[in-house]
Structure formats: structure tokens, C-alpha cells
Design a protein around this ligand. Structure first.
Ligand SMILES: Cc1cc2nc3c(=O)[nH]c(=O)nc-3n(C[C@H](O)[C@H](O)[C@H](O)COP(=O)(O)OP(=O)(O)OC[C@H]3O[C@@H](n4cnc5c(N)ncnc54)[C@H](O)[C@@H]3O)c2cc1C
Length: 400
């Protein structure tokens, strides 16, 4: 008799698992508390569905914190494998700005989701909506709350993919931690990642900076530098230029209750090159006009620099350049988990083995954002789900 597999949660991980588990070997069922699959997958597609990234496999895996836990799954099903896989499903892709991979223009996120769903239906996977997992029962039983009451389902193999805790409106609330703690499985409270960062801006500049971008900058935090663009907000700042520094910022916040970042407003010029620009001052212009003209310092950069420097320092070219190249900003907190793109926290990675099986609960697996790892935006989050899902599906197919 075929063993049954229960997939709990119907997000990105479940989509690939349900496509790839072998229906000749298993009876596969998905249990999702919403009445549809992939709600967060569709939200992710709102500003363009960034499926993965085109960078080399060696660089790719280093984007994850920690990266060791994920290495084997990624080598087995890398970004290149995923692109081939999704192209073969009929979803053509293209490489967008900064190497990010998207479905070809004209293909909407819902079309990609439908493609997955067609494959899942062909695979004879049973889809159970409005089934909210509520805990473990005896003898491999799973407790569900359904529209008609509580139900217990026996499961030979269970794969948990209930996501993290950001954007709870999509169903991923992270409210399952205590259900694992009861089984002595260690979990870690959720924290925001790829989120907004709190900065106590001087009140007088908030109106001028709110919603404005700082482009072509690089930011240094701890031992890491990242280049890109950020948006300044009344709360602080956010954007792809700072998201990859989330692990370093969180670590400093944990230690000191504040984190320091240093913004290089002219990353393409060295400090010496910047200073040289002061030599070509034109006397018909004021000191500030010369800065604007020779160093191409824009209004936003000027507002920030002035807010952080005394008048004397501002008028001293060496001190001015020091700030231009490393403007210190203090971060005093993280934005709310609910508004973040992703979360860290969840199941402690020490609780799973290399195949994502819970060490204390044989035949129970956990993948995706339920696990305590971090990845920046850029397609790395979805790729991690697809790599883990495909890797686990093939592992189980081979075992049967
Ligand atoms: C605004 C936004 C934009 C994003 N953009 C991108 C992007 O462009 N590229 C990228 O790579 N990543 C992006 N992400 C992140 C990406 O969507 C997630 O990392 C990914 O969806 C996680 O997949 P998952 O399968 O682990 O969990 P999820 O996709 O969150 O799925 C979990 C599912 O489990 C269900 N569930 C939860 N609890 C239970 C329960 N008790 N019983 C039954 N079902 C339950 C939920 O309803 C949900 O459907 C974005 C995220 C957000 C919020």
C-alpha cells in the first residue's frame, strides 16, 4: 500500500513539493487553512514576481545566513535548475535589473500559480482547503480545525511548510511555535527581516526627506558592505540597498539596542578623489555651490549631511569628505514583523537533520520560511523554498 504524505500549508514550498512527489509511490494531500493556494506567492508578485537570481552558484549560496544548512539542497536544485524547470513548465523567464529573474513580460503571477496548480492536479494531489493544523495527535495523527469541526488525520509522512510570520493577512502568522515547543522542539521568536529600520531623524528634516530615495550609495554595517538604493521614511529607511544587511543590523541591535550603519554617498570616488574636487573651486560660487557642482551632491544628500554635521565641520573639506564617504546613522529598531518581507526565527536549525527531518520526530519534515534562516530580497527567498522542496521530494521519492 502507498504511504500517505501530508503537506501542511499551501505556499511556495508546498507548490513544488506537490508537483514533484511521485504519485505512483505516495498518496499526497495538501492541507491549507485559506481557501486557495499561494496567497503570499501572489503578494510577492505584486511589484514583479522575482522568482530567483541569475548569479553564480558559488555566490548564490553565500547570500543565506547561515548558508551551510542549505548548501546541499541548493547544489541539488540550484537557480539554474529551477529556471530550466519552470521554463519546461511553459513559464518563460528573463533576467531583469541587477540579475534578478522574472517571468517574461505579459506572464502574471496568477498565470505562474495556475501552471503549478495544473501540474499538481495532474499529479493527483488532494487539496484540502479551510484546514487549519492545530497540533499533533497520538499515532502520527494531525489535528485540524475545519469548517465543520475538528478532524484527526493519520499521516505516514508529514511535511510542514507553514511559512514565517510576515504579512499575516496571507495566512502565514507563525502562530504554530507553541505546537512544536510541546514536543520539545526548540523554536526562536520571529523577528522582521528585509524590513524597515527605525531612525530617529531630526524632526525638522522629516517632511523634506519622507518618501525620497538615496540612489547609488553603499552602506557598511559590521563587516559587510552592500550597494544599492534606499528610501527614507518618517519611520527610518527601507529598500534593497539595506535589506541584505538585516543580519548585521539585527546582531548589533541585540547586543547594544542600537546599530550603526555608515552610508557612502559617493561609492565610486575615493576620499582622495573627493578632496581633489575641492581644489577646483570657483570663487564666483559659494562653498556649498562648489560642493554641489564639483562633487555632484544632490539636495537629499545635502539635507542629510547638514543634519549630521556642525557648521564648522561642514566647512572643513576633510571633515566634509569623511562624512560624505561614511555618514554615520544610528538604527534604533526594526519595523513591525507584519510589514516585513520575510522573517527570521521559527524552528531552530539544530532541530532538523540534513534532509530537513525533525531529529526528535521521525518522518516529520520542516522546510521554507518556518526555519530560522535569513535571505535577502532578490529572488533568494523563493529560490530557497524551491530548492528545499525539490530536494526533499526527491529524497522521499528515492526512499520509497
Ligand atoms: C510583500 C512580499 C513580497 C515578496 N517578494 C518576494 C520576491 O519577489 N521574491 C522572493 O524570492 N520572495 C519574495 N517574498 C518572500 C516569499 O514570498 C516567501 O519567502 C515564501 O512565500 C515563503 O514560502 P513558504 O512556503 O515557506 O511559506 P508561505 O508562502 O508563507 O506559505 C505558508 C502557507 O501555510 C499556510 N498556513 C499557515 N499556518 C497554517 C496552519 N496552521 N494550517 C494550515 N495552513 C497554514 C498559510 O496560509 C500559507 O498559505 C515576498 C514576501 C512578501 C511578504
Amino acid at each position: 500500500m502507498k504511504k500517505n504524505i501530508s503537506i501542511i500549508g499551501g505556499g511556495a514550498c508546498a507548490l513544488i513539493l506537490a508537483c514533484e512527489l511521485d504519485p505512483k509511490k505516495f498518496s499526497v494531500s495538501v492541507f491549507e487553512k485559506n481557501n486557495a493556494l499561494g496567497r503570499k506567492f501572489l503578494v510577492a508578485g505584486d511589484g514583479g514576481l522575482n522568482l530567483t537570481h541569475s548569479e553564480s552558484e558559488n555566490e548564490f549560496v553565500l547570500r543565506y545566513t547561515p548558508h551551510q544548512f542549505f548548501k546541499e539542497a541548493f547544489s541539488y536544485f540550484s537557480n539554474k535548475h529551477f529556471i530550466e524547470w519552470i521554463n519546461a513548465m511553459g513559464i518563460e523567464t528573463f533576467v531583469g535589473t541587477s540579475g534578478r529573474i522574472f517571468p517574461k513580460k505579459g506572464i502574471k503571477p496568477i498565470d505562474v500559480l495556475k501552471c503549478f496548480e495544473e501540474k499538481i492536479v495532474k499529479n493527483n494531489v488532494a487539496l484540502n482547503f479551510k484546514h487549519e493544523w492545530k497540533g499533533f495527535a497520538d499515532n502520527n495523527g494531525l489535528i485540524f480545525k475545519t469548517a465543520t469541526g475538528t478532524k484527526i488525520i493519520q499521516s505516514d509522512i508529514t511535511i510542514f511548510c507553514m511559512g514565517g510570520a510576515s504579512w499575516p493577512v496571507t495566512g502565514s502568522k507563525g502562530d504554530w511555535r507553541s505546537l512544536f515547543e510541546i514536543k520539545n522542539i526548540k523554536t526562536i521568536p520571529f523577528q522582521a527581516s528585509n524590513c524597515s529600520f527605525k531612525v530617529e531623524w531630526p524632526k525638522n528634516i522629516i517632511k523634506e526627506i519622507e518618501g525620497k530615495p538615496l540612489k547609488n550609495i553603499s552602506i557598511n554595517c559590521g563587516n559587510k558592505i552592500h550597494s544599492g538604493e534606499i528610501v527614507l521614511t518618517a519611520f527610518g529607511m527601507e529598500g534593497s540597498g539595506i535589506y541584505p544587511l538585516s543580519p548585521q543590523i539585527r546582531a548589533q541591535l541585540k547586543e547594544n539596542e542600537s546599530a550603526k550603519i555608515y552610508i557612502d554617498l559617493k561609492p565610486h570616488l575615493s576620499a582622495d578623489e573627493c578632496l581633489k574636487k575641492f581644489e577646483s573651486v570657483e570663487t564666483k560660487h559659494s562653498y556649498t555651490e562648489n560642493i554641489v557642482k564639483n562633487l555632484n551632491v544632490n539636495k537629499m544628500q545635502m539635507i542629510l549631511l547638514k543634519s549630521k554635521m556642525s557648521k564648522n565641520d561642514f566647512l572643513d573639506p576633510v571633515k566634509f569628505v569623511n562624512n560624505l564617504k561614511a555618514l554615520e546613522i544610528q538604527i534604533s529598531g526594526l519595523g513591525p514583523v507584519e510589514d516585513a518581507i520575510s522573517t527570521v526565527g521559527g524552528i531552530n536549525l539544530n532541530e532538523i537533520n540534513k534532509k530537513f527531518e525533525l531529529k526528535k520526530m521521525e518522518s516529520n519534515y520542516v522546510i521554507g520560511e518556518m526555519l530560522d534562516y535569513d535571505a535577502p530580497t532578490g529572488g533568494y527567498l523563493l529560490q530557497s523554498c524551491f530548492s528545499m522542496g525539490k530536494f526533499l521530494a526527491e529524497h522521499l521519492n528515492d526512499l520509497a
